[in-house]
Design a protein around this ligand. Structure first.
Ligand SMILES: Cc1cc2nc3c(=O)[nH]c(=O)nc-3n(C[C@H](O)[C@H](O)[C@H](O)COP(=O)(O)O)c2cc1C
Length: 187
C-alpha cells in the first residue's frame, strides 16, 4: 500500500477480531514509529506493549472511573457519561494489543515527538492491513502512580499515546473532514 492510500484510508478502528498480532509485526510497527523525526534527534519515546487481557481489563476499568472522577461536569458530554459509566464498555474495544508511547515530559518537544511516532505507527498498521485507534480515555489514569505501577513505567514518564492495534472486523466508513482553515500570507 502506498503512503497516500495509507493516509487516506486509515480509520479509528473500534471492532476487532480475536486474532492476535504477532511479536514481529508489533516490532515492525515500533520500528516505523521510531523513524519519525524527533527534536534535536533526542529520540525520547519509550514503548510499552500490553497483551495481557487482565491488565487491559484493569486499565479499562480504572481509566473509566478516573475519567468520571476527574472530568469537570460541564465538559462531560452525554455520550461520554453513558459509556464511561457502562461497566461492560471496554475502552480498548477488545483489541489484542495496546502499545503505549511514553516519554519524560520535561524533555523539550518530547510530547510532539511521541505524537509523530504515534501517527507513523498508525499508518504502518494501516499499511499492514491492521486497525488502530489512539485511546485518549486511557491516558489520564495511566499517568497516575497506580497506572504507572501497573505497567512498571518509571515515575518520570508521562504516557502520551495509548494506541490499540488489531485485525479489524470490518472497514469503518470514512469520517468527513472540515474544510481546513488556511490563511495565505503572500502570493
Ligand atoms: C488524541 C486522540 C485521542 C483519542 N481518543 C479516543 C478514545 O479514547 N476513544 C476512541 O474511541 N477514539 C479516540 N480517538 C479517535 C478519534 O475519535 C478519531 O481519530 C476521530 O473520530 C476521527 O476518525 P478517524 O481516525 O477514523 O479519521 C482519539 C484520537 C486522538 C487523536
Amino acid at each position: 500500500m502506498d503512503l497516500r492510500e495509507a493516509i487516506y484510508t486509515r480509520r479509528a478502528v473500534r471492532e476487532y477480531t480475536a486474532e492476535p498480532v504477532s511479536e514481529s509485526v508489533i516490532r515492525d510497527l515500533i520500528d516505523a514509529a521510531i523513524q519519525a523525526p524527533t527534536a534535536v534527534n533526542l529520540q525520547p519515546c519509550s514503548f510499552c506493549v500490553i497483551r495481557d487481557k487482565s491488565v487491559l481489563a484493569t486499565v479499562s476499568r480504572e481509566a473509566k472511573a478516573h475519567m468520571v472522577k476527574t472530568t469537570p461536569v460541564g465538559l462531560m458530554s452525554h455520550h461520554f457519561n453513558e459509556v464511561l459509566n457502562n461497566p461492560t464498555f471496554d475502552i480498548f474495544y477488545h483489541a489484542p494489543v495496546l502499545i503505549l508511547i511514553s516519554t519524560v515530559a520535561e524533555i523539550p518537544w518530547a510530547i510532539e515527538d511521541c505524537s509523530l511516532a504515534a501517527e507513523n505507527l498508525m499508518l504502518a498498521a494501516r499499511a499492514a492491513r491492521l486497525g488502530s485507534c489512539w485511546i485518549g480515555f486511557a491516558q489520564g489514569w495511566l499517568g497516575t502512580p497506580d497506572g504507572k505501577a501497573l505497567l512498571k513505567l518509571p515515575t518520570a514518564y508521562k504516557p502520551v499515546a495509548p494506541i490499540i492495534v488489531g485485525h479489524p472486523k470490518a472497514a469503518p466508513p470514512p469520517v468527513p473532514r472540515k474544510e481546513p482553515e488556511i490563511r495565505w500570507i503572500g502570493a
